[in-house]
Design a protein around this ligand. Structure first.
Ligand SMILES: Cc1cc2nc3c(=O)[nH]c(=O)nc-3n(C[C@H](O)[C@H](O)[C@H](O)COP(=O)(O)O)c2cc1C
Length: 323
């Protein structure tokens, strides 16, 4: 659809272009392809006075588990020369408190709210999803599979196609009402294999990337700088890796791909769409600019207008490989 509009100002006929930002994701119509990512946007409500939540394509709440989790010992976040390293330890209020205290307020919003779900065994995911399926006010689920599977010696679900297929397959049995997005880890050798495993096990969409495992060292004390030793690297430093993986994953699967990792501007959003993402998420940028999700919507619109592209959807998967 061409959304270029004509308007009059005095006697002059001006041509103003208003790019169409809407996108469709698993049957959901999003206002735009900018979603705030899990773990960097609280439960959304914390940002209510900082920006207009309804101006976003949507947001993903902090990962939810069966029981509340206090998280890791501090320091939980450190800044490195290139990127942020965190090990929060999946602190959250637990799914029941989320449904009772947060969801009624979130349900009043006019934007897509996604619940991020995690566990340490497939049964944990199933239990959280069962509780959420009975609740109102969510647009969909995002499974965080970058968690250690305690039944398999702490190996991450996302790092092994068989473990991944088991957890996604079990989640698929429970999820009836809403799209099931599976969030993949970049800490794998071949993202195409993992993406296909998620799709075949029943994912309606995949999102990637989660953080890259890293280590920050204090040379004076000869200790890791994070309380929990290892952490996840995020922010603009990881964007080239994320773009590569989004491109490879989108070539490997037919389901929609949501791209994230280091997005900090509207042009970054455009790059992810070009690499095959139907929508994008923004995380670490909210740490230095809490309004960044809304800013990116405006910047994307401006960028499309400048480039003469009538709709964001038109960019999706248009990367032309050099010969
Ligand atoms: C402090 C922090 C907490 C996070 N918590 C979660 C989480 O609970 N669940 C999840 O799936 N991803 C979590 N993430 C990963 C982000 O959602 C995102 O995938 C990653 O940071 C890459 O995007 P970015 O570079 O835009 O931040 C967290 C990231 C950060 C920085």
């Amino acid at each position: 659809m061409n959304n270029f509009e004509e308007s009059t100002s005095g006697n002059q006929l001006l041509r103003t272009n208003v790019p169409d930002l809407t996108t469709e994701l698993c049957g959901l119509r999003l206002k735009n392809p900018v979603i705030a990512s899990s773990g960097t946007f609280g439960y959304g409500l914390e940002f209510d006075k900082i920006l207009d939540l309804n101006a976003l394509g949507g947001f993903v709440v902090k990962g939810l588990s069966r029981e509340p989790i206090e998280g890791n010992a501090p320091p939980r976040v450190v800044e490195t020369a290139s990127g942020m390293l965190n090990s929060i330890g999946l602190q959250n209020v637990g799914v029941r408190a989320f449904v009772a205290d947060k969801l009624p307020k979130l349900a009043r919003l006019n934007t897509a709210v996604f619940a991020n779900v995690f566990g340490y065994a497939p049964e944990d995911y199933v239990e959280v999803l069962r509780i959420l399926e009975d609740a109102e006010g969510l647009a969909g689920y995002e499974l965080n599979v970058s968690c250690p599977n305690t039944k398999h010696g702490g190996m991450q679900f996302a790092s092994d196609p068989i473990l991944l297929a088991e957890v996604v397959g079990m989640a698929r049995q429970v999820v009836r009402k809403r799209p099931l997005i599976v969030k993949l880890s970049p800490n794998v050798t071949d993202i195409a294999v993992v993406a296909r495993a998620a799709e075949q096990a029943g994912a309606d969409a995949i999102s990637l990337v989660n953080t890259l495992v890293g280590l920050a060292v204090d040379a004076s004390t000869r200790r890791p700088r994070l309380g929990a030793n290892l952490g996840g690297l995020s922010g603009p430093a990881i964007k080239p890796i994320a773009l590569r993986m989004v491109y490879q994953a989108s070539q490997a699967v037919k389901v929609p791909v949501i791209g994230l990792g280091g997005i900090a501007s509207g042009e970054d959003v455009a790059e992810f769409l070009i690499c095959g993402a139907t929508a994008t998420q923004v995380g670490t940028a909210t740490f230095w600019d809490p309004r960044s999700p809304q800013r990116l919507v405006v910047e994307l619109s401006d960028w499309l207008a400048k480039e003469g592209v009538p709709s964001a959807r038109e960019l999706v998967g248009t990367l032309a490989w050099n010969d």
